[in-house]
Ligand binder design. Structure first.
Ligand code: AMP
Length: 281
């Protein structure tokens, strides 16, 4: 497995494999890897000839009061996990934006609600870094986790709108043994906060079960969920169409319940399918 630091070297590496007709898979991350990340690598591994993982804490997607400076890092541990699942190259640039970088990529509509409303500029940071990474890595397929459902939908839209030659492959949300969605940020939680954090998935699962039993009123489902969540501050709990992210009054098509809440200073997100999984076109 190779460690590549320089963006131009990344592109040269990929081009060298592309000219041999090899297909390249790509998993972008911010590092401090866990089983959620490695599940995406394992999903792509059999589909491609060469597998690239990027590790880059992207300043563009953090707000001024967010955790950019304290975001956890462990390159040696990350490299060991990548090696164990058969990654061919880890791309860990010190910086990704050269002097004179002047471009921003924005997807409209899908970024206005949910996390987009609570984290202004966040998705513009995400779409800009992913567009640049796609340009550098020249991958055929890229895997993104359903843990960040809105991000997945936004990146799918960007890739389609810009006709980028990359297939977006969704990867299922991976949970810890107690049900908490795995996240690099879980490391910030105290034992007590983590215990209350479990209420996110129990609330979402109760909502999904209620839908399975025929309860389709979004207002009722949201009330059920809210009554169970033990966050210090609930950022949002919403029910939206799975792929258009439009708020629903009735769950009459594949939908998603999404939640974000603070436990102390730590913001956790989670989501679940309501009424079946959507089909990506
Ligand atoms: P991050 O390092 O948080 O930027 O995440 C990198 C990728 O891993 C994104 O596509 C995330 O959606 C995905 N990811 C993070 N946590 C999980 C999880 N628990 N299950 C599945 N995918 C995840």
């Amino acid at each position: 497995m190779e460690l590549i630091r320089d963006p131009a070297a990344m592109t040269a590496w990929s081009e060298a494999h592309r000219v041999q007709g090899q297909r390249i898979g790509f998993v972008p991350t911010m590092g401090f890897l866990h089983r959620g990340h490695t599940s995406l690598m394992e999903r792509l591994r059999p589909r491609v000839d060469k597998l690239v993982v990027s590790i880059y804490v992207n300043p563009l997607q953090f707000g001024p009061t967010e955790d950019l400076d304290v975001y956890p890092r462990d390159l040696a541990g990350d490299m060991a996990q990548c090696e164990a699942v058969g990654v061919d190259a880890v791309f860990a640039p010190a910086d990704l934006y050269p002097d004179g970088f002047r471009t921003s990529v924005e997807v409209f509509g899908l970024t206005e609600g949910l996390c987009g409303a609570k984290r202004p500029g966040h998705f513009q940071g995400v779409t800009t870094v992913v567009a640049r990474l796609f340009g550098l890595v020249r991958c055929h397929e890229a895997c993104f986790g359903e843990k960040d459902w809105q991000q997945l939908v936004v990146l799918h839209q960007m890739t389609r709108d810009l006709a980028l030659p990359v297939q977006i492959v969704p990867g299922p949300l991976v949970r810890d043994h107690d049900g908490l969605a795995l996240s690099s940020r879980n490391t910030y939680l105290s034992a007590e906060q983590r215990q209350r954090g479990l209420s996110l998935h129990t609330a979402l699962f109760a909502m999904a079960e209620a839908v399975d039993q025929g309860r389709t009123s979004a207002a009722e489902l949201l009330e059920l969920g809210r009554s169970m969540i033990q966050a210090d501050r609930l950022d949002y709990l919403e029910i939206v169409g799975a792929l258009d992210l439009e708020p629903l009054e009735v769950v009459d098509r594949p939908a998603r319940a999404l939640v974000a809440g603070f436990f102390g200073n730590t913001r956790l997100i989670d989501n679940v399918a309501l009424g079946g999984e959507p089909s990506w076109s």
